[in-house]
Each structure stands twice: as C-alpha cells, then as structure tokens.
Write a protein that binds this ligand. Structure first.
Ligand code: MN
Ligand code: MN
Length: 331
C-alpha cells in the first residue's frame, strides 16, 4: 500500500491545520490544493475532487454554479474518522482538491470542453475524479472523459435522480440538464444496458421519452419501487444490472434524488424522494462493493438552501464514497 500522506511546505500545512472551515483555505475537507496536471502526476493521489461551477443548463431555478464553493467552504466538518467503518479516511486514502474547471459565463461549449479536459487530466492518470456541480449537464462531458479512458461501453452507470434526464432536446437545447444521459447513450460512452437510474418520480418526462429509454434497454427503479422494497434491496439489483459485463462504474448523484425536505437547495425540487440516511448508505455500498472509478454530485444550488442542509448532505455523500474507497484500499 502506498503512503497516503505527503509532505507539504510548512506554511501550507499550517493553513490546512487551522482546524476550521469558516476561515483559511477553502479546499474540499481541507485537503491539499493540487490544481495542475503535472502536480497531480507527481503527487499521485487516489482521488481528486474538482468543481464544475456551471448552471447554464438549468431549466428552472439556477444557482448550481455556487455549489462547488459552498461544499468546500460551508459544510460542517467535525472530523475524518468514519464511525460505522471504523476508519481514518485520509490516513488510508490520499485525496486532493484539484480546483475547478474554468466555466466562463455564457460559454456553454467552452465550459463543457473545459470540464471534459479537466476530468480527463485526472482520470488519465488513474486517479478517481469526484466532480462537484454545477448542473447535471456536466455529467455529459465528465462521463465522456471517463469512458474515453476506460473504453466506450465498458463503464456502467448508477444515476440517482428524480428525473431521467434523457430528453432529446429541451427548448431546442442539446446541452441541457435534462438531456445529458441521452447524449451519453447516443454517443455510446455508456451502454444503455448498464445504465441504471434510481429514485425517478414526479411528472417528467412524458411517455415518448420512456418509450425511447425502454427501446434502448435502459434500466430504472422508480421511487415507487424504492418506497415499497427499500433502497437496500433495490441497490442490490441496481449494482448487478450496472455491472453486468463491464469492469468499471461511474456514479452520478443529482441532489434532487433526495426529498426536498433533505435537500431544498436545488433547481428542480420534486417531493417524495430518498432520505439522506438511505442515500448515504447506498453510496457507501457502491464504493465498497463496485469498481467505482468516478463520482459526481450535481445540482446543489446554495441560494435556495436552508441552514446549509443541502450543502452538508452533498459533502457527506462525498465523504461516504471516500470512506468506502479508504476501507477497500486498507484491506
Ligand atoms: Mn433531477
Ligand atoms: Mn439530473
């Protein structure tokens, strides 16, 4: 096992060790800031967290561009020992913050290209990217970069969302937060047979889109099924479906998969969703039981948050994945 701790310059270490998140540097979980590909290549972390502050694909309330900064600066961080797994996360897993992809305002194509390039920089070094959005449009370039590394059709997808995000276009827009999963299937980046959606509910999309999804061979588990069977039982099926014939897994979380009671700070809230207790454990299982190679948390919109509820749960979803990866690496 490689040594997870790296030497930092004294002043830098001092700043990170201040022990609070309400001042000082703002990196994810006070991890070292390693923003350049050459630095990442030298550092060789297991995981690099990055931000994608882009919300030009939103159809309703905007504000997800403030997600990455809020998760870094506003989440309550009491410690790094995972109580259920009994593990010091960062003593077993080297995690850095690689900074943000540049998302210039009004420049959709350039922003998405920059996200793809930054995820590629990380994943091509064999490092696991964790992307904080940003709206869900971001999963299109992010998962494309991951598929380019591991092979088109070789990466399964577990996608938690209230919405299928498989529209052809929305208002004529191919690059909307309602269309990324359609783009990934059309391009062949992710095979529809390994594309599994969990938590879908509400009133969108319409029958034509469900017909398209079924014709592709996509898999989904509606919130109604989760309600009746429980998320743990559903996850056992979802993992088997996503991993059938592939060796890698991408996990994408739209924070609106959670009930708005747990995650009010999002653009398209849909009542009747997952509980945070359930989703945290589902992500822990995914990290522990699957060859997870990339993870994203999308649609956190801090301006609509209350008491940092949404920011804190987004932060903890990432911590669950990190804890699971740390536990796996420590065995
Ligand atoms: Mn959604
Ligand atoms: Mn979504």
């Amino acid at each position: 096992m490689s040594e997870p701790r790296r030497e930092l310059p004294p002043g830098y270490q001092e700043q990170l060790d201040l022990g609070y998140v309400f001042g000082g540097l703002s990196t994810f979980a006070q991890r070292p800031f390693v923003p350049h590909a050459a630095q990442l290549a030298e550092w060789k972390p297991d995981v690099a967290v990055m931000g994608a502050p882009f919300d030009l694909g939103t159809t309703n309330r905007p504000g997800a561009r403030f997600g990455p900064r809020a998760v870094r600066t506003q989440a309550y961080e009491p410690g790094t020992f995972h109580l259920d797994l009994g593990i010091e996360i960062f003593e077993n897993l080297e995690v850095v913050d690689a900074g943000d992809a540049f998302c210039p305002h009004g420049r959709v194509e350039q922003s998405l290209d920059n996200v793809k390039a930054k995820v590629a920089e990380i994943v091509n070094l064999g490092i696991t990217p964790i992307v904080i959005g940003g709206d869900h449009t971001i999963t299109w370039p992010s998962a494309t970069a991951v598929a380019e590394k591991y092979g088109f059709g070789k990466v399964g997808m577990v996608h938690f969302d209230a919405h299928a995000d498989t529209a052809d276009t929305i208002d004529g827009n191919l690059a909307s937060h309602g269309t990324p999963m359609r783009r990934l299937i059309e391009s062949g980046a992710i095979s529809p047979h390994n594309f599994v959606q969990v938590g879908l509910r509400g009133y969108w999309p319409g029958q034509d889109v469900w017909d398209w999804m079924a014709a592709q061979g996509m898999k989904w588990h509606m919130m109604d099924e989760v309600h009746h069977r429980g998320l743990d039982a559903v996850m056992t099926d979802a993992i088997a479906e996503a991993m059938n014939g592939v060796d890698y897994l991408y996990v994408s979380v739209d924070i609106d998969s959670l009930d708005p009671a747990y995650a009010p700070g999002t653009g398209t809230p849909e009542p009747g969703g997952l509980t945070s207790a359930d989703l945290l454990r589902a992500l822990r299982r995914l990290a522990l039981e699957t060859p997870l190679v990339a993870f994203d948390v999308m649609e956190v919109s801090p301006p609509y948050d209350h008491s940092d509820c949404t920011v804190n749960v987004a932060h903890r979803l990432i911590m669950e994945v990190l804890a699971g990866l740390a536990w796996k690496k420590s065995r």
